[in-house]
Design a protein around this ligand. Structure first.
Ligand code: PRP
Length: 183
């Protein structure tokens, strides 16, 4: 859907569909150069990263493998504690593989902090992070991400995979949610 389809629920559009696409194209060229001559496995955690994964993977002018994990929080504290339970694990063995984690957003950084150590314990040849968005002002841990699409302010954003109460994931742009929706 488009921002105008839910205009009254959005404060403003932060990144348009075209801006996202253009940035992913630039990142794809960097990834192609960095991984030239090497195998590459893209890993995304459901559900937020689905759109980035689909568009980045298709933008790459080379073959890659893709795999997905699903995780669940213990209680409602995932974002504050970073403690998660694996609901669906990867199908692919990471040993000796060049792994690139594809994420929609680095907010507190706790999810990626947990994920990185979990995946590193599986002995990949290399492990890097690509995140479309990063909120520098929300960071609780420092995450070293090799590819970052955009740094954004610490506001409640939805769209392009990001949800509020499971809604707005199918919005083509990334937008700031209107406060009346969540207050
Ligand atoms: C979102 C997003 C990241 C994480 C970032 O996932 O997809 O994985 O939060 O936040 P952090 O940096 O504070 O850890 P969420 O847990 O909302 O699940 P979802 O992907 O299913 O929306």
């Amino acid at each position: 859907m488009l921002p105008e389809d839910v205009a009254s629920e959005l404060d403003r559009v932060l990144l348009t569909e075209a801006e996202i696409k253009d940035r992913l194209r630039v990142i794809a060229r960097q990834i192609e150069a960095d991984y030239a001559g090497r195998d590459l496995l893209l890993i995304a955690v459901l559900k937020g990263a689905v759109m980035v994964m689909a568009d980045l993977a298709r933008e790459l002018q080379r073959s890659v493998e893709v795999d997905f994990m699903a995780v669940s929080s213990y209680g409602a504290s995932t974002h504050s504690s970073g403690v998660v339970r694996i609901v669906k694990d990867l199908d692919i063995d990471l040993a000796g593989r060049n792994v690139l984690i594809v994420e929609d957003i680095i907010d507190s950084g706790l999810t990626l902090d947990w994920l990185k150590s979990n995946l590193l314990s599986r002995n990949p040849a290399s492990l890097e992070i690509c995140a479309l968005l990063r909120k520098p002002d929300a960071a609780k841990v420092d995450i070293d991400a090799k590819y970052v699409g955009f740094e954004i302010p610490n506001e409640f954003v939805v769209g392009y995979g990001l949800d509020y109460a499971e809604r707005y994931r199918n919005l083509r742009s990334i937008a700031v949610l209107a406060p009346h929706v969540y207050s």
